[in-house]
Design a protein around this ligand. Structure first.
Ligand code: KG4
Ligand code: ZN
Length: 348
């Protein structure tokens, strides 16, 4: 059989993503309806609002992705969907639409873990049909998954085989960006806003780096408190708040923590390469600093383009390509699992 053409649906949070991906690597269509503008009015995600928007946008996004791919139902070999982790109401929309498509068009169904999707964004390419594919990422691959909901250092031994090396003990990196963005009066989401404010600014201070028990764990809640203290101090003294300088100092502290532990894990585990995934991987400073530090160790860094780092359907199609090839099939009993974890292998 030629490489399977998979329709992939992502609805775990506040982006409605639908894609058509061939062989887990070649994107034929990739459409994302974002709720960013809507959540900017409330300064964050309201789960019920996010779920209603998923319901509103799933069909138009599906139609747009099939249109872009110039594909009809008969051209598809399977339908894949994120079934967790994520917000229950949002997940339910994608899972039930995928199950309905599988039943009505007699297509196999593949359930995908959202985190695995972020990792597999590194397998995606934009090469056209008939053009040769670039080589696949090599194993063992160290993956730093940094999103609004997760911060995990994952050692990937092979397709579908993972060891969790470390993770945040409190806030996720993206969550810290979003909360500090709010403290600084920047628009939602905080990640891109802080990054823009920090660009070219000198850090206003040096925030302390958190100590954690696990060598590859992260902690960002103390940093958030330090920012709050700084902002409150300026306010009490009636001084203007140096927003750009605080943003730069905060970004520097987050990037330093992520880069230091990722480089240490890469060396300790003798990996072939390091891969970034998740919305925070769109951060320019993180990409540049990690690339530089890994290059000095002779290690390559893989980073998807920013549009494949934030939530999208193509990354789910990439992970589904490999799950489908391995014979992984779900059925009508597939349920949304808000706290779904990857099937971790034992510690190394
Ligand atoms: O992966 P994602 O789209 O959704 C989740 O699975 O959570 O990640 C969204 C997160 C948000 O917290 C957002 O602030 C952050 O990614 N983000 C960034 C940047 N772009 C998005 N954080 C730092 N710098 C950026 N440029
Ligand atoms: Zn995500």
């Amino acid at each position: 059989m030629s490489a399977p053409r998979i329709l992939a649906i992502e609805s775990s949070c506040d982006e409605t993503g639908v894609a058509v991906v061939v062989g887990g690597r070649r994107i034929e269509g990739n459409q994302v309806a974002s709720q960013v503008a809507l959540h900017a009015t409330t300064g964050g995600i309201v789960p019920e609002v996010a779920a209603r928007q998923q319901l509103r946008w799933i069909v138009p996004t599906l139609e747009a992705a099939l249109d872009e791919a110039d594909a009809g139902w008969d051209d598809l070999d399977a339908v894949a969907v994120t079934y967790g982790p994520g917000l229950i109401g949002s997940l339910l929309v994608g899972v039930n639409v995928a199950k309905a498509i599988a039943a009505t068009h007699d297509l196999p169904l593949v359930g995908v873990n959202h985190i695995e999707g972020h990792i597999y964004a590194n397998w995606l390419t934009d090469v056209g049909a008939g053009e040769p594919l670039p080589p696949e990422p090599a194993f063992p691959l160290l993956c730093l998954v940094v999103s609004g909901g997760h911060t995990q250092l994952v050692l990937m031994h092979d397709h579908g085989r993972y060891t969790l090396l470390g993770q945040t003990v409190d806030d996720a990196a993206g969550e810290a960006f979003d909360k500090v963005g709010r403290l600084l009066g920047l628009p939602y989401p905080g990640g891109p806003a802080i990054s823009a404010a920090a660009a070219g600014a000198a850090p206003a201070t040096r925030f302390p780096r958190a100590r954690t028990d696990g060598p590859y764990d992260f902690s960002f809640s103390g940093l958030k408190t330090a920012v709050l203290r700084q902002v409150t101090g300026h306010r009490e003294r009636g001084e203007p708040i140096p927003v750009d300088g605080i943003a730069a100092a905060f970004e520097e502290a987050v990037v330093d923590a992520l880069v230091t532990k990722t480089v240490a894990a890469a060396i300790d585990h003798g990996v072939a390469a390091v891969a970034l995934g998740g919305g925070v991987a769109a951060n320019r400073s993180l990409r540049a600093t990690l690339d530089e530090r890994l290059a000095s160790e002779g290690l390559p860094l893989l980073v998807p383009p920013p549009a494949w780092c934030t939530d999208n359907g193509a990354m789910i199609g990439a992970a589904a390509g490999f799950r489908f090839a391995a014979g992984d099939r779900a059925d009508a009993a597939l349920e949304a699992v808000p706290n779904l974890a990857l099937p971790w292998l034992g510690a190394e």
